[in-house]
Design a protein around this ligand. Structure first.
Ligand SMILES: Nc1nc2c([nH]c(=O)n2[C@H]2C[C@H](O)[C@@H](COP(=O)(O)OP(=O)(O)OP(=O)(O)O)O2)c(=O)[nH]1
Length: 248
């Protein structure tokens, strides 16, 4: 019996890392059956009963970070053949390393096809967050984090600073990463994984706030977050914003 763990940081949003991992399969020939699939957070596969393995379970966790998606994998293997486990372990380890390098490269390539939106949860000295009401388009009237689409060749944080200057007339300093949500079908329709929103905490460091593109700007305290008419896709990020405001 042995257990192997691998951690890979992939320069791609969650949905892309998850979908590419699944399309690549695994570096061994034995077919596995899926027992859990929670896109884009987690999946678990195991060798089917009767396949000859006493245990073969492959668990993957995907989590968003400021630098991309962290993929944590665990393999639990028992051939039931004692010493054969040791040989197998070395082979699986080598095969997995090469496989994970290829996975990271493939996911980074696929990420280039995704529309990435960045948002800023800007916090003031009174522990309030700035929210903005969209003025036009299908989401007009709903509230969001200031921000916008990352342009080709631009980093997420460069885009965040640029968008805040364009939309609000201020210079912001991004701080900790707050989270990521899929925007499938929200930005431009498109297939699952076609767009994502990644949000950072931040502060205004220069300039006077002006709503250049939004109908209205508001500063909200933690207990006012829930009642706002948010773009629905943003709601899963609210607990992290609340934590930011209550435990700075
Ligand atoms: N800025 C922002 N956009 C969001 C949020 N939630 C959400 O679904 N979106 C969607 C709305 C839009 O479809 C898309 C962002 O596009 P945008 O039109 O603001 O981007 P942009 O400023 O780069 O505009 P453009 O160049 O396409 O005109 O992401 C959010 O919290 N903030």
């Amino acid at each position: 019996m042995f257990q192997l763990r691998f951690t890979t940081l992939v320069e791609a949003p969650l949905t892309v890392a998850f979908d590419v991992a699944r399309s690549l399969g695994r570096p061994w020939g034995h077919p596995l059956e899926e027992v859990v699939s929670e896109r884009p957070w987690r999946d678990v596969y195991r060798a089917a009963p009767g396949s000859g393995w006493r245990t073969l379970v492959h668990t993957r966790h995907f989590s968003a970070t400021g630098d991309g998606t962290r993929v944590e994998e665990q393999l639990d293997v028992d051939t039931g053949l004692g010493p054969a486990d040791r040989l197998l372990r070395r082979r699986v380890e080598r095969a997995m390393q090469a496989h994970l390098d290829a996975f990271a490269a493939a996911a980074a390539r696929r990420a280039l096809e995704v529309t990435q939106v960045v948002g800023a949860a800007l916090v003031d000295d009174r522990r309030r967050v700035l929210v903005a009401q969209r003025g036009s388009g299908p989401l007009a009237g709903l509230w969001e984090f200031p921000g916008g689409k990352v342009e080709r060749g631009e980093s997420d944080l460069t885009a965040l600073v640029r968008e805040c200057t364009e939309e609000l007339g201020v210079r912001v300093q991004p701080q900790g990463f707050l989270g990521e949500v899929p925007l499938d079908g929200v930005v431009a329709g498109g297939p699952p994984g076609a767009s994502t929103l990644r949000v950072w905490a931040g502060r205004i460091v220069a300039g006077e706030l002006v709503a250049h593109e939004h109908t209205e700007l508001r500063w909200l305290a933690a207990d006012e977050l829930e009642d706002l008419a948010w773009i629905a896709a943003d709601r899963p990020l609210l607990p992290a914003v609340r934590t930011l405001l209550t435990h700075p």
